[in-house]
Design a protein around this ligand. Structure first.
Ligand SMILES: NC(=O)c1ccc[n+]([C@@H]2O[C@H](COP(=O)([O-])OP(=O)(O)OC[C@H]3O[C@@H](n4cnc5c(N)ncnc54)[C@H](OP(=O)(O)O)[C@@H]3O)[C@@H](O)[C@H]2O)c1
Length: 268
């Protein structure tokens, strides 16, 4: 029997590359990112059939080409919308261009690729979409206005899709994966030292995040928040009155706001 296909965006490093390593035993892969050579290295390491798509997902024509490919793939059983990045600075000091790119990658690409994938999956009556959001979809923090907003969009989008799929009696699953701080290239790309963000106890490995996600997908879990410390945050914070929540979020990011005003930045 033909093997199912999984498409993973942002597969050249971190969480995306870990999804590829975990899924290679059971799926043929479509690996997407800008750094072709990194994808080629990964494909060689995996030794499983891989199609490499070197594409900038901030580029609408590249997204449309990829969406057409996914829409035409009859074996597509999993789409992982994982490509993403953070920006430096307070909203009005960070470059507008970088924040526009973030909206294109986190929101527009996720929306278009999910639309392309769900058409075929719902017709076939099986498959799944994992949207890699963040604990930032539950927690606002200074320096992350576009990041928190776009990740919240991913979480709301996924939740609403789940309602639509349920209303349509579809077996297709969707998941919002909401990791906290995770070892990957994310903070290197951002130019932020990990030790400034928190002790080792708050850091997750990409393997822990991906294993929790795939376990959750098997069980049909809509939200997956890896790590007990982040589960607690995601459970408690949204239940607080807005004023209290904003006070806590302000206190938690007070020193970060100061650093940002001095030109330092963090993102999660
Ligand atoms: N690390 C964390 O603490 C953390 C926490 C919560 C959520 N997340 C989310 O997890 C996801 C994966 O991040 P990561 O931690 O694995 O970081 P990472 O190691 O930096 O990986 C990011 C991936 O996204 C790809 N990417 C970035 N911009 C792209 C673009 N314009 N077009 C195509 N691909 C692009 C990168 O590939 P190329 O550079 O080759 O294009 C890379 O493969 C992101 O959505 C991030 O927001 C991360």
């Amino acid at each position: 029997m033909a093997r199912p296909v999984a498409a993973i965006t942002g597969a050249s490093s971190g969480i995306g590359a870990t999804f590829a390593r975990r899924l290679a035993a059971t799926h043929d892969l479509i690996l997407v990112a800008r750094r072709r050579e990194r994808l080629e290295q990964l494909a060689a390491e995996l030794g499983t059939p891989c199609e490499i798509v070197a594409a900038d997902l901030a580029d609408d024509s590249a997204v449309k080409t990829l969406a057409a490919k996914l829409g035409a793939e009859p074996r597509l059983e999993l789409l992982v919308n994982n490509a993403g990045f953070g920006t430096k600075g307070l909203f009005w000091t960070a470059s507008l261009e970088s924040q526009e790119s973030m909206h294109r990658v986190h929101v527009m690409a996720t929306m278009q690729l999910t639309h392309a994938a769900l058409g075929g999956m719902t017709a076939r009556g099986r498959g799944g979409v994992i949207n890699v959001a963040s604990i930032a979809s539950f927690v606002r923090s200074a320096g992350n206005a576009s990041y928190c907003s776009t990740k919240s969009w991913m979480a709301y989008f996924t939740e609403t899709l789940a309602l639509e799929l349920k209303a349509a009696n579809s077996a297709v699953k969707v998941q919002s994966l909401c990791p906290g701080y995770t070892y990957s290239e994310f903070h290197d790309v951002l130019g932020v030292k990990r030790e400034r963000l928190g002790p080792k106890s708050v850091w997750l490995t990409a393997e822990d995040v991906v294993d929790a996600s795939l376990r959750g997908l098997d069980r049909g879990k809509l939200f997956v928040v890896p790590g007990w410390q982040y589960k607690l945050v995601a459970f408690l914070l949204p239940k607080l009155p807005t004023g209290l929540r904003l006070w806590i979020e302000g206190r938690a990011t007070k020193s970060r706001s100061r650093q940002l005003l001095e030109g330092e930045a963090t993102s999660r």
